[in-house]
Design a protein around this ligand. Structure first.
Ligand code: SF4
Ligand code: SF4
Length: 54
């Protein structure tokens, strides 16, 4: 399961990259829904801040 670290600036690119619609951005955090995530790793590759870790 990917997790988001403190380098995230809420740019939203991971939301667009996720084929499963598993990522949501709220006012203060990025949430990855474990029930929907298929662990493809696309969000990790797409994050310009390298803020998503496996
Ligand atoms: S792509 Fe990276 S920096 Fe942008 S919202 Fe997602 S986790 Fe945060
Ligand atoms: S690993 Fe894939 S399915 Fe899971 S949150 Fe990232 S892009 Fe979405």
């Amino acid at each position: 399961m990917p997790t988001v670290n403190e380098h995230c600036n809420k740019c939203g690119q991971c939301v667009d990259a996720c084929p499963a619609g598993a990522i949501q951005i709220t006012e203060d955090q990025v949430i990855i829904d474990a029930d929907n995530c298929v662990e493809c790793g696309f969000c990790i590759d797409e994050c310009p801040q390298k803020a998503i870790e496996e």
